[in-house]
Design a binder for this molecule. Sequence first.
Ligand SMILES: NC(=O)c1ccc[n+]([C@@H]2O[C@H](COP(=O)([O-])OP(=O)(O)OC[C@H]3O[C@@H](n4cnc5c(N)ncnc54)[C@H](O)[C@@H]3O)[C@@H](O)[C@H]2O)c1
Length: 254
Amino acid sequence: MDHSEFKGKTAVITGGGRGIGLCIAKTFLESGASVVLAEVEDQLEPKALAFLNSPDVLFVQTDVSEEASVQRMVRQTLERFGRIDCLVNNAAIARNVPVPELSYEDWRRVIDTDLSGAFLCAKYCAAALKEARGSIVNIASTRALMSEPNTEAYSAAKGGLVALTHALAVSLGPSVRVNCISPGWIDTTAYLHGVPAPWVIRPEDHTQHPAGRVGRPEDVAQMVLYLCSRRAEFITGQNFVLDGGMTKKMIYLE
Ligand SMILES: NC(=O)c1ccc[n+]([C@@H]2O[C@H](COP(=O)([O-])OP(=O)(O)OC[C@H]3O[C@@H](n4cnc5c(N)ncnc54)[C@H](O)[C@@H]3O)[C@@H](O)[C@H]2O)c1
């Protein structure tokens, strides 16, 4: 895929310090964009640290659930690169515990990070995105659509993110397009450490997917770049499920 159109553009990736976010950031950088890692952790993975040497990468320690922190990140981004073309709301946490044990504080922490964080970043990037005729991609989850037990806060936050996507698309269009990707199982271990983790991923984990394998961060990153590209200029307000077909598979026992 030729992404030369990203030369001279700036992409902000929240939670870009590891996993899927780091892969999205790296893919933007390889496509010629400048990249901002808006990441809460200051201790980064070696793979992320190597990446920081590039003059086209800016690390801004950011807690997306804190309004002042998001405002500071947007200010620093504009001071350094002067524009924002793509915002990827990828940062998230989960607290998967039985409902009676899920404290209200933990519920709120998940909603604040996974949902309100995306709202805050959209709010403070909106003016720059409009000027650049840019694009937002929210990273939700298939858990917005289906559940295992004990995932209330995460599922609710991701469901909210899908709805926030179409609301923002209608409010910020036509100058800003807003889309969502809902990944299924994405193995980030292999991406970070170079080898698949056989103690986590079994052959049957791959073969149960209609597509024949567990997802990779690159699968998500390629979709993000497509949605931010000119080729996707008629696509907005949508949620794209990227799960190797798992949500289309009947699971009734024989
Ligand atoms: N890996 C999967 O199987 C999978 C499946 C569906 C959806 N997703 C979604 O994809 C995204 C990335 O997932 P991942 O597996 O790479 O997760 P991860 O936990 O490895 O990475 C999340 C990143 O977000 C950062 N972060 C957490 N709270 C933050 C905050 N308040 N402010 C800024 N940064 C913060 C973390 O430090 C981390 O770097 C998440 O939105 C996740 O919900 C992942």
